[in-house]
Design a protein around this ligand. Sequence first.
Ligand code: PLP
Length: 402
Amino acid sequence: RHYSVAAQSQLRELLGQQLSAIKEAGTFKAERIITSSQSTQITVQGSEQRILNFCANNYLGLANNPEIIAYSQQLLERYGAGLSSVRFICGTQDIHKQLEQKIAQFHGREDTILYASCFDANAGIFEAILTPEDAVFSDELNHASIIDGIRLCKAKKQRYKHRDLADLEQQLRSSDARLKLIATDGVFSMDGNIAPLARIVELAKKYNSLVFVDECHATGFFGATGRGTEEYDQVMGQVDIINSTLGKALGGASGGYTTGPAELISFLRQKSRPYLFSNTLPPAVVGVGLKVMDMLLSSSELSQRVQSNTQRFREAMTKAGFTIAGENHPICPVMLGDARLASNFADQMLTRGIYVIGFSYPVVPQGKARIRVQISAAHTEEEIDRAVQAFIEVGRGLKVIN
Ligand code: PLP
């Protein structure tokens, strides 16, 4: 006992020193406590005032949609709080199968497997399907969960430079692997930029490779009818494997999935560890997914609205003299450079009732701090304009723009 007390104070001291260093570097991430539902207007602890929210992944504004909540409540009552089981032992209900089918229908795929999160979907896929005879080619800026998933597999791991097709081609050409798999985010969430998917698909055909795309920041709202990056880049149906989340545009509750060829999905049900060794998605969460899928299968109005809001914000901010990274995507990173400037800027925006977050190292590279604004279909034009006006006032005060 004496020994473990000593070990624990050693741990506290080691971590305490590192926490102080993080704070000194200005990169400590504090959590702001929200006291309302997720929405374009929220309240936060310590204030009664409603603030305008520009930092959720609530792209379609469905996170507190009354129709979705009512349906989710019905499933909660009828199917219970949860399954207390993994899927294959006694955790699969008819609603889980229905949701898998609807997601497959939405993407035009053969089948879908649900996970507790897209992090799990990414953690489970590479290790399940790739062996030491295979190779995976991964964009260097892929999401952490793809990187972790690839780390778990035994295939040859090759990283290509961010969206660099020449580098990717050179690596594909010199590979003699059995299966080749190119893995990329469809949309990169820190920069709001897009994978060159049509050209990746072309390279994949030329070198007999599979294509895997993480569509967390695209499914439901990106592309003309919200089918994601493959629709945006006009290669619908040509990506082999799509992983995505139910925790962002699709109602914002939680859950992830892989959708693709029937044999792949069947195989993942046999081999994918986060699926085999983790609890089933709860019925209320499945209800959110089902209702959202019904809405998106019958109309693409919301995705059109988020696109026009995005255009309005990007145009006004660029005209005001800000540098907005990315392309046509509701992730609008306002580039500032310095970490302290970004955090100071965000604080001053909050005093004007606008909630935005500064991102700095290690989430983005050193010297590339920014404020990431995320636009929602639920923002009104007046709300977008208010945010732009606040950016202009704070930007002038901090000498970011003239
Ligand atoms: N992939 C990308 C690109 C993401 O942005 C995220 C969420 O942060 C994930 C995967 C993980 O998704 P989930 O929240 O469903 O675990």
